[in-house]
Design a protein around this ligand. Structure first.
Ligand code: PEP
Ligand code: MG
Length: 941
């Protein structure tokens, strides 16, 4: 008989069934279950429990019913729990109550369902009153069961319970739930049971086993609930994993003032500071803490209330952190002075906190530097480079009285958007109307997650740092302020007020998740400075160190064996300086034509294009030369000692000319109005532009083709490059110019143009009496170039993959229109796995690249290979470049840190075992060992 259920002491059986790999243990019994089993084995006080496997859930999804034998196994496990606790399920004399908790392999906080207090019926409730002498606690627990069961299992709207409770409290003049007496709760039990009957037409089940069965089924079903599916889609969690169900003996934090419940993180999930951060409530049940309805106490204060329990708690959590080598997020309950741990899992955290914790843990010797680097995702680095409010603008807003409210700074970052008061509208406005949205709610529930994901920022008037809104926002990197309690939200009028100030739906606000301030209106934002983020800088330094290790790649002789370098695409010295400060060690693409668009240059460029003779063209080009020389001089200076690839002019010339349609309109208007002054010039210009018209300009006279038909332009550019390089050399700057010829399709093009350009380079060096090393190379962005790379490499000293064009031309998809027209549908329909303009298509475009490198290096072993299309900043594409033997990737300066991390990830992932050793030996911290017998179990992170 297949085993669907594991008892609290059966971790060994689970490890046997899964082969012992911790990842597989989690896949079978869920993350929460694995934590409970592991804690139990280590002697941590965990209430007796058993777990129904994810496999049972998957069987249930297929068949719509529990798999054969599962329920019998549940009943026999329940018997064992009864034995261990000395209580009996459904027995009024000494009833066992249990919770039914979801728990998938990957934590999906709040996305699935949980039911507490299962086993309470009229009969067992009466029995418990006798047993505990605490009717208030019993009826409070009972009404919670009906409420949760009603909402989760029976699908009754929350309001059916919340509204009557609100009315009752108002009638009694109570503000807080704590003012409710035993009789009050007993009354509410009756009211809630009526509500169930009214909505469902049947009574709340008085059979505890029926309750357990239906609750288990509801948890299974919640795996495929909308919010769980949305969450998995967003987090790229596969849909076929299923959830486990943990049936755990209830322990009660609401048994009086010697009881309590809380949640805590072993380090600060917002900042990463190494200090326990948590909240607890005396005389309360778990959801009271997370819901943010009652004001919680900081965990430090538990020291004053229950010093012994506090000490035990700190001791256990510190062991847990060292055992898992990760910041833990724990849930606990104290029942009559006894501490119970209900959950431990790796805590969700902001990007800032993740980086600090990883770096600190490596410095503490808990993990290696390589592990620290592996723990951070490129997305987290991206989030850290997200915009913040401009400091001066922020001060001005404060001074001008735009500060609207202050709350808890739950998730850092700045967000500006229009206010919407519910998740559906927020999502609609963002998706359909493309608005920047701030979702504002009194508090959020799991049903609101889709609105949060669509929003630029989130604001709530209730809740604390561990409330649902805070936890979810932190996870998604959405700036968030919670508990801004001065705000009164009027959901009817669709507005919110603080005193005299009103913000209506659709109004703009600015939310500062770093400070907790909320402002009326839009505050400009600035890019954050990487220089100030010391931990991130350390982590990136470690990433570079990984990439620079020799023998990280198994490669043919003469090919690079270290990891990838990261270069940047930069056109101007200021971009180059930023790129360098972000860690780029070269410029992989300077698009020189961008410089032609500057206002004082464009008229000269146009004159050059329209020139009738070569002499006239040369005259205009001579005027452009000093501009270009100055540009290149700045680039070489900024990149002193690093290679700088300068691409010769690429786009079709019409791009530098006025818009044809607009010009035509102007000409017609002048003709109609009879204006003659300047008409002839405009008519001539129009005729010239018409003459340049091409049906397919992207496949037309551009790139090297343009250089061949009008060599004067590139001759000027090469002169400017080498004059600037010579001048810089004389000033003591080390220059490494690399001249890149775009859009090559046949080697003959290089044979035609390159010698002319080299002659100019040599001439300039002679004139200036300086010598420096330089390279001539080409872009590989036409499939034919990739296919004939062996020939091309006989002339080109380097290749740079222009994967924007290479993708366009390999697929035959226009890079300007495909996204708008059909690509989205293609991805949605699964015809393409991803947008190939964002993530390299390995099987097609990627294969061409691989071939091109192999053939290229057969002709020229030392061939330098890079990529400068947009894919150079995409982690998945970077991995491919690592695998096929690129020397470097080049991306926009802002993505350089992400690329450095992604390059290190690729290097570690594919390193031969020996090479992957960190350079520095890590000194093991003194760890207090948990009493675990699992030493032989390998934990895969
Ligand atoms: C490319 O095609 O990938 C490239 C970098 O060139 P551009 O985007 O300028 O065409
Ligand atoms: Mg291109």
């Amino acid at each position: 008989m297949k085993k669907w259920v594991y008892l609290f002491n059966e971790i060994k059986e689970i490890e046997r069934a899964t082969g012992g790999n911790w990842d597989d243990v989690k896949a079978l019994v869920g993350g929460k279950g694995a934590g409970l089993f592991d804690m139990t084995r280590a002697g941590v006080p965990v209430p007796p429990f058993f777990t129904i496997t994810t496999q049972a859930c998957n069987e249930y999804q297929k068949a719509g019913k529990f798999p054969a034998g599962m329920w019998d196994q549940v009943l026999s496990a329940l018997k064992q729990v009864e034995k261990k606790t000395g209580k009996k399920f459904g027995d009024p004399k000494n009833p066992l109550l249990v919770s039914c908790r979801s728990g998938a392999k990957f934590s999906m906080p709040g996305m699935m369902d949980t039911v507490l207090n299962i086993g309470l019926t009229d009969e067992t409730a009466a029995g418990m009153v006798k047993l505990t002498g605490n009717p208030r606690f019993v009826y409070d627990s009972y009404r919670r069961l009906i409420e949760m069961f009603g909402a989760v299992v029976l699908g009754i709207p929350d309001e059916a319970f919340e509204e009557p409770l609100k009315e009752y409290k108002a009638k009694k003049g109570y503000k807080l739930d704590t003012e409710m007496t035993a009789d009050d709760w007993k009354h509410m039990v009756g009211v809630f049971r009526e509500a169930v009957k009214e909505h469902k037409g049947f009574d709340f089940p008085q059979d505890p086993f029926k309750q357990l069965e239906l609750a288990t089924e509801a948890v299974f079903k919640s795996w495929n609930g909308k919010r769980a599916i949305d969450y998995r889609n967003h987090e790229h969690i596969p849909h076929d994993l299923g959830t486990a169900v943990n049936i755990v003996t209830m322990v009660f934090g609401n048994m009086g003032d010697d009881s309590g419940t809380g949640v805590a993180f072993t380090r600060n999930p917002s900042t990463g500071d190494k200090k326990m951060m948590g909240e607890y409530l005396l005389n309360a049940q778990g959801e009271d803490v997370v819901a943010g309805i009652r004001n919680t106490d900081q965990i430090e204060n538990l020291k004053n209330h229950m010093p012994e329990v506090y000490k035990q708690f700190m001791d256990i959590t510190s062991k847990l952190e060292k055992h898992y080598k990760e910041m833990q997020d724990v849930e606990f309950t104290i029942e009559h002075g006894k501490l119970w741990m209900l959950q431990t899992r790796n805590g969700k955290r902001t990007a800032k906190s993740a980086v600090k914790i990883a770096v600190d843990m490596a410095n503490e010797g808990l993990i290696t530097r390589d592990e620290a680097v592996q723990r951070i995702t490129p997305d987290q680095v991206d989030a850290l480079l997200h915009p913040q409010f401009d400091e001066q603008a922020l001060k001005n807003s404060e001074k001008s009285g735009a500060l609207f409210a202050k709350g808890v700074n739950a998730s850092p970052g700045a967000a500006v958007g229009q206010v919407y008061f519910d998740a559906d509208i927020a999502e609609k406005m963002s998706k359909e109307n493309k608005q920047d949205v701030i979702m504002v709610r009194p508090f959020t529930k799991p049903d609101d997650v889709h609105g949060m994901i669509a929003a630029k920022g989130v604001l709530t008037s209730e809740g604390g740092a561990t409330s649902h809104a805070a936890v979810v926002a932190r996870q998604f990197g959405i700036p968030c302020v919670v508990g801004a309690s001065a705000i009164r939200i009027d959901l009817e009028k669709r507005e919110m007020n603080v005193g005299e100030k009103t913000v209506k739906e659709g109004d703009w606000i600015s939310v500062d998740g770093t400070t907790g301030n909320v402002f009326i209106g839009k505050i400009p934002m600035t890019a954050p400075s990487l220089e100030e983020q010391t931990e991130l800088l350390t982590l990136l330094k470690w990433a570079d160190e990984i990439c620079s290790r020799p023998n990280m790649r198994v490669a043919p002789k003469g090919w690079p064996t270290r990891g990838l370098q990261v270069w940047a695409n930069a056109d101007y010295p200021k971009d180059a300086r930023r790129a360098r400060s972000y860690g780029a060690v070269g410029i992989g693409l300077c698009r020189t034509e961008h410089m032609f668009f500057e206002p004082e240059r464009l008229p000269i460029v146009q004159r050059m294009i329209l020139a009738d003779s070569s002499a006239e063209r040369t005259k205009a080009l001579n005027e452009l030369l000093p501009f270009q020389r100055k540009d290149f001089d700045g680039l070489f200076e900024a990149m002193d000692g690093c290679p700088v690839i300068i691409r010769l002019i690429d786009p079709p010339l019409h791009e530098f000319m006025p818009d044809e349609e607009k010009l035509f309109e102007e000409v017609v208007t002048m003709r109609v109005k009879g204006e003659t002054a300047g008409l002839k010039e405009k008519e001539d210009l129009l005729a010239a532009i018409k003459g340049m018209h091409e049906s397919n300009p992207m496949m037309g006279l551009r790139g090297v083709r343009l250089s061949i038909s009008m060599p004067e332009i590139v001759e000027m550019q090469v002169r400017a490059i080498f004059e600037a390089a010579a001048d810089c050399t004389k000033r003591g700057i080390t220059v490494k110019p690399e001249v890149m010829i775009p859009l090559t399709g046949t080697v003959k093009e290089l044979e035609w143009i390159q010698p002319r350009l080299i002659r100019i380079a040599s001439a300039v060096m002679d004139e200036k009496k300086v010598n420096f090393h330089y390279k001539f190379g080409t872009m590989i962005e036409i499939p034919r170039a990739a296919v004939t790379a062996g020939e091309i490499a006989q002339h080109a000293e380097f290749f740079s993959f222009g994967t924007n064009d290479l993708t366009q031309m390999t697929f035959g998809y226009s890079r300007d229109d495909a996204e708008r027209n059909f690509l989205v549908t293609y991805v949605e329909q699964g015809i393409l796995p991803k947008n190939p303009f964002q993530t390299l298509d390995r099987t097609g475009v990627g294969r061409l690249m691989k071939m091109a490198i192999e053939d290229g290096r057969t002709s020229r072993l030392e061939l330098e290979v890079g990529i400068c299309g947009e894919h150079g900043g995409d982690p998945d594409s970077i991995e491919w470049c690592h695998l096929i033997g690129n020397n470097y990737v080049s991306c926009s300066p802002f993505r350089v840190p992400i690329a450095r991390l992604a390059a290190a990830h690729a290097a570690l992932k594919y390193a031969p075992k020996k090479a992957a050793k960190p350079a520095k030996k890590v000194v093991k911290a003194k760890t207090v060992k948990m009493k675990t017998k699992a030493k032989s179990v390998r934990r895969k992170k």
